[in-house]
Design a binder for this molecule. Structure first.
Ligand SMILES: [Zn+2]
Length: 71
């Protein structure tokens, strides 16, 4: 039953993005990811980690909080 011509030269690896099965072969240009989406996802993940901005910090020069605090 083992035909070398039909033996798969590819193998399955774990996709780093989704943890699913990914085809590790020249036919998969996004290897070791399973798809382009997963590859973009992974790149976006480290990019957002690197360029994360403290957007949750409110500006100090915004006195419109409690109306009783103004003179
Ligand atoms: Zn994936």
């Amino acid at each position: 039953m083992t035909n070398p011509a039909e033996a798969p030269k590819t193998r399955l690896v774990t996709c780093p993005a989704c943890g699913g099965a990914s085809l590790y072969s020249p036919a998969n240009p996004w290897r070791p990811f399973c798809s382009e989406r997963c590859k973009q996802q992974d790149l976006g993940a480290w990019a957002s980690e690197d360029f994360r901005m403290p957007a949750d910090v409110p500006p100090d020069d915004a006195p419109h909080g409690d109306p009783r605090t103004k003179n």
